[in-house]
Design a protein around this ligand. Structure first.
Ligand SMILES: Cc1cc2nc3c(=O)[nH]c(=O)nc-3n(C[C@H](O)[C@H](O)[C@H](O)COP(=O)(O)O)c2cc1C
Length: 198
């Protein structure tokens, strides 16, 4: 990637790269690492970036509402995102407030678009993270990827949509002519950016 000329351009292009990754469903930016506040330590895990709302500053992922991250977000809605693309050599760190949606209209809207295979991640009968005696998925015995969509409806109760509104961004571009790093805060209805030493 060429070096960025302007602070605003850097931020805009980075948001655009994320939006593209979510739409095209490919590339390293599609699988960021998210961080929540755990008990005495940061909890990190990979998720799929499902949607990006650039004007709204929103990043969206799906999860099982019974997973550990849900409780952590209830305790503290602060959510961190880490994106790295090895080819573009741009690392993006984003921070925001998470809004968790369960069994509401927002969930319904995304759920309706999920095929049987997409619903599988929310379909285990036991909560994710439950200890078990043998290697098992927790899916009910009758589960099959060719089953009728209506037979997967019970899993809707487990389906959670997390919408994060970003208020802070930090970008790092590794470049042979000199690395670039910039930090931005959302303030008074606009992004306030600043170059910083990489
Ligand atoms: C490539 C990849 C994509 C993943 N996507 C998601 C996802 O979109 N949502 C999700 O909840 N977990 C996803 N996971 C699993 C999480 O990384 C994690 O193991 C799981 O959500 C349990 O996390 P928790 O116990 O901290 O809540 C993904 C894992 C990988 C390796």
């Amino acid at each position: 990637m060429n070096r960025f000329e302007e602070l605003d351009e850097m931020l805009h292009d980075c948001w655009h790269l994320l939006a593209k990754a979510a739409i095209k469903r490919k590339g390293d930016y599609q699988t960021p690492v998210i961080g929540t506040l755990g008990e005495g330590q940061a909890e990190l895990r990979t998720v799929v970036l499902r949607e990006v709302d650039m004007p709204g500053r929103k990043l969206i992922f799906f999860t099982d509402a019974r997973s550990a991250k849900t409780q952590e977000l209830e305790q503290s809605p602060r959510l961190s995102w880490l994106f790295w693309d090895a080819r573009k050599k741009v690392q993006m760190r984003m921070y925001g407030e998470a809004e968790c949606h369960r069994t509401d209209q927002v969930c319904r809207q995304y759920w309706e678009k999920l095929p049987v295979q997409g619903r599988k991640s929310y379909a285990s009968t036991l909560a994710p993270g439950s200890p078990v005696d043998t290697d098992m998925t927790g899916l009910p015995n009758h589960w099959s990827d060719n089953m009728q969509l209506e037979d997967t409806e019970y899993a809707f109760d487990h389906f959670m949509v997390v919408v994060c509104q970003v208020g802070q961004v930090e970008l790092l571009h590794l470049h042979q002519e000199g690395h670039q790093r910039a930090a931005y805060h959302w303030e008074n209805g606009g992004w306030d950016g600043q170059w910083v030493i990489p």
